[in-house]
Design a protein around this ligand. Structure first.
Ligand code: PLP
Length: 386
């Protein structure tokens, strides 16, 4: 079977789609998906029905797999996240959401009565995961800059001191790029003498930024995380959604045993898993190397700084967090959102300065933004962000 079996009309439809995606991909400045990659060396692997079903650290009967590459990818991420030597486990997921689900699943198995605390700025998928798992949960207020309100966390924990907390920490919120401070969260738990606690770090985007900056906020295993989820298709960039989840092995062993009891060692959430995604991540990590990754991250951070400056030059109230490539500004006029792919939320929106967002693209975006603002009658949209 080859694609030559396609009718001319169907072939045209595919060609049209290709052209559409090609054009639009360069205007994607609002979602954190790096478009700047070349995986053509891996195309030949699309001829196999490979599958990484099951635990990547156990042998499987299905030998068409890429688990050896998956383990190498995981070892790199263990290094990036300061995972404790010989005390971590993980797998390549279908994306950040599955990684968060895995972390919350481990937490709930350890503390069946636990309450999950997460801030208002948490990714929308987390409330769904908690509902799926029937995990008790309490939303914590956010500060205006997007970080968790630590005073509200402390007070809420104090009221529920008898119940083990499961803290869902944002390492780079979706809208504002805010990092919940793990050191501060750990200090609050210590202060309240809460010994049984679990911290999951949702590092979907920033998990591939913070390993490559000089002064990262406290965010990883060394700072007290029990599990960490990172997206693969965001900062690294991939043509299919994917990600990585890591957890302390001691936790995972406790739940693996409980599943072994019912007859299987089935440690991942999905059964069949992509064998192609680990190859993509492996290829990216090996072709970039740590130095290459540091270079693209530093470049994005510098360009994000330039974007803030340029927007401010046009009296647009833009800002960003330290170590963040997310440039936040008041919600732009509709005309701008029609031309550019931007994610708005209430009265704000953002530019995410990924590797494909070059200074030329930033220039064009800022020019369009300023023009759209000037041609717009004065409206409520221009109120500054808090
Ligand atoms: C994107 C994102 C997610 C979801 O990750 P997917 O890879 O899209 O499933 C979760 N949390 C945060 C903070 C995100 O930005």
């Amino acid at each position: 079977m080859t694609s030559s079996n396609l009718s001319p009309a169907d072939r045209q439809k595919l060609d049209d789609l290709h052209e559409q995606l090609r054009v639009i991909s360069l205007r994607n400045v609002g979602y954190p998906c790096n478009q700047d990659f070349d995986y053509s060396e891996l195309f030949r692997f699309l001829h196999f029905s490979a599958n990484n079903v099951g635990d990547p650290f156990h042998s499987t009967n299905y030998r068409l797999n890429t688990m050896e590459f998956e383990r190498e990818v995981l070892a790199d991420f263990a290094r990036f996240t300061h995972a404790p030597a010989d005390d971590w486990w993980g797998y390549v997921t279908s994306g950040g959401t599955e990684g968060n689900m895995y972390g919350l699943y481990v937490a709930r198995e350890l503390f069946p009565e636990g309450i999950c605390y997460f801030s208002e700025d948490t990714h929308y998928s987390v409330a769904k995961v908690l509902r799926l798992q029937h995990t008790r949960n309490i939303m914590i207020k956010s500060q205006p800059d997007g970080q968790m309100d630590y005073a509200d966390l402390r007070e809420t924990l104090r009221i529920h001191r008898d119940v083990p907390p499961i803290i869902f920490a944002n390492i780079g919120t979706t809208m504002k790029g805010a990092v919940d401070d793990l050191a501060q969260i750990r200090a609050i738990l210590d202060d309240l003498a809460i010994a049984n606690a679990y911290i999951h770090a949702d590092a979907a985007l920033s998990g591939m930024i913070l390993p490559f900056v000089d002064e990262p906020q406290p965010w990883n295993f060394a700072d007290g995380a029990d599990s960490i989820s990172i997206s693969g298709h965001k900062m690294l960039g991939a043509p299919v959604p994917c990600g990585v989840v890591l957890a302390r092995k001691a936790h995972v062993d406790r739940i693996a045993r409980s599943i072994e009891y019912i007859g299987a060692l089935d440690t991942t959430i999905a059964g069949s898993r992509s064998a192609f995604a680990p190859l993509l991540l492996w290829h990216r990590l090996r072709t970039m190397g740590d130095a290459g990754l540091r270079h693209i991250v530093q470049n994005c951070l510098a360009n994000a700084g330039i974007a803030v400056q340029q927007l401010r030059t046009h009296a647009i109230d833009a800002w960003r967090h330290p170590n963040s490539i997310t440039v936040v500004f008041p919600r732009p006029p509709q005309a701008l959102m029609e031309k550019w792919i931007i994610a708005p939320s209430k009265n704000i929106a953002h530019l995410i300065v990924m590797p494909h967002v070059t200074t030329d693209i930033i220039d064009a975006f800022v020019t369009d933004f300023a023009a759209a603002v000037n041609s717009e009658p004065r409206t409520k949209n221009r109120e500054p962000s808090s």
